[in-house]
Design a protein around this ligand. Structure first.
Ligand SMILES: Nc1nc2c(ncn2[C@@H]2O[C@H](COP(=O)(O)OP(=O)(O)OP(=O)(O)O)[C@@H](O)[C@H]2O)c(=O)[nH]1
Ligand SMILES: [Mg+2]
Ligand SMILES: [Zn+2]
Ligand SMILES: [Zn+2]
Length: 372
């Protein structure tokens, strides 16, 4: 397993290189604003990372020290920090408090894109207010892409999201957010953060071994994993379980690298809970009380309820597989849409999510960022 990020090391959330803090590089500000400064040139490292030269013609990268450093070519000071490996810009907030990396995976049609859209929306609004967290996008492209590919279609146009194209045909770039929170400790309060690195992976990519290796670096860098599964795939008694198959493909390489049970906590969430005929008194239908903390009793009953469902459906092998391979896992049930969609639109009541934040609350608690 990757050496746990030490205080003096930062993991680039784009290429996952582990960088000593003093090695974080700078990009010259160029001629922006005032006259003097370097001309833009093709940045080969960044172009390599992006897979295209578009957006990679920029003022040069240089090494230095401190929060700001002087460009050796033009003498202009710059505080714009970049990864020394892939040259992607690193947000100042991320350099200051690099959070634990949370990765998200799931099979095709598991509900990943919808979940990403709704989770971020909730963290911005209701859940963010309740927990007093702040959510900051770590780069401009994250902001643009979230609006264009997720928020606008789902919330404004109320259309379902299209199938995510494979990484083999479309460039793959994560949405990177820093979710931070003031945590009171014995010696005053401090800011702690989770870095949500959300690759909206195409489910089909995790099925092919080749492309899955692309995601391996991502999974190896993760401090926590959220695994989404479509319960309808588990209930239909198919002899080949797609969710388990994908989970195994994700788990095998991690297990091989580190030997023994995997220590990274994994939150396994059944999506589309609204589509299940559940008894009224089900914990999954009960709304979580909004207390600004993790409700341990509620957590236990949801975990137990999902486990019971899995066993009822004859999908107990998923539970056993998790137990064999992970030291710590939590079972969750959630609904991003809150109701069955009609054709390509969300239900008539709009997007009414429930329990989408539960896996994150558990992880926040797990990382000492939230009381129980
Ligand atoms: N009932 C219900 N259906 C949902 C929910 N979330 C997603 N769905 C359905 O599942 C379909 C797939 O959701 P996506 O979010 O696109 O799934 P994905 O995992 O991104 O799929 P790929 O990109 O193809 O891998 C949607 O078009 C909806 O029909 C939910 O909360 N409730
Ligand atoms: Mg998708
Ligand atoms: Zn990088
Ligand atoms: Zn310069």
């Amino acid at each position: 397993m990757r050496a746990r990020a030490k205080k003096d090391a930062v993991t680039c959330p784009y290429c996952f290189a582990v960088i000593a803090r003093q090695q974080i590089a700078y990009r010259c500000l160029g001629r922006a604003g005032r006259g003097v400064g370097c001309d833009p040139v093709l940045d080969k490292e960044l172009a390599g990372y992006l897979g295209t030269q578009a957006g990679a013609v920029l003022p040069p990268v240089f090494t230095g020290r401190g929060a700001r450093s002087q460009c050796p070519a033009c003498s202009r000071e710059s505080g714009r920090r970049v990864c020394p490996e892939c040259h992607h810009e690193l947000a100042p907030a991320y350099c200051d408090t690099p959070g634990r990396i949370v990765a998200l995976v799931g099979a095709k049609n598991a509900g990943k894109s919808t979940y990403i859209a709704v989770l971020l929306h909730e963290l911005r609004n209701r859940v963010g207010n309740e927990l007093e967290t702040s959510l900051v996008a770590c780069d401009d492209r994250t902001i643009e892409r979230y609006k264009r590919d997720f928020a606008r279609p789902l919330f404004e146009q109320e259309r379902l999201l299209p199938t995510t194209p494979s990484a083999a045909t479309a460039p793959r770039e994560p949405l990177v957010y820093l979710l931070s929170r003031r945590v009171k400790g014995r010696f005053g309060s401090r800011t702690e953060a989770l870095t949500l690195v959300l690759f909206d992976t195409a489910g089909e990519d995790l099925r092919s071994r080749d492309v899955r290796d692309l995601h391996l670096k991502y999974l190896e860098a993760a401090d926590a994993i959220i695994f989404l599964a479509d319960p309808l795939e588990l209930t239909d008694g198919a002899q080949e379980s797609e969710p388990l198959d994908v989970l195994a493909r994700v788990t095998e390489p991690l297990a091989q690298r580190q030997g023994g049970r995997i220590r990274v906590p994994v939150a396994v969430a059944l999506t589309k809970i609204d589509a299940l005929p559940l008894p009224r008194q089900s914990a999954l239908h009960r709304s979580r009380t909004r207390s600004g903390a993790l409700d341990a009793d509620d957590r236990e009953s949801v975990d137990a309820q999902v486990r019971a469902l899995l066993h009822d459906w004859g999908a107990g092998d998923l539970d056993r597989y998790l137990d064999q391979h992970y030291e710590e896992y939590g079972l969750f049930g959630l609904s991003a849409l809150g109701a069955m969609p009609r054709e390509d639109k969300v239900g008539p009541g709009g997007v009414r999510p429930y329990r989408v934040e539960d896996p994150l609350l558990w992880l926040l608690h797990r990382f000492g960022m939230l009381d129980a």
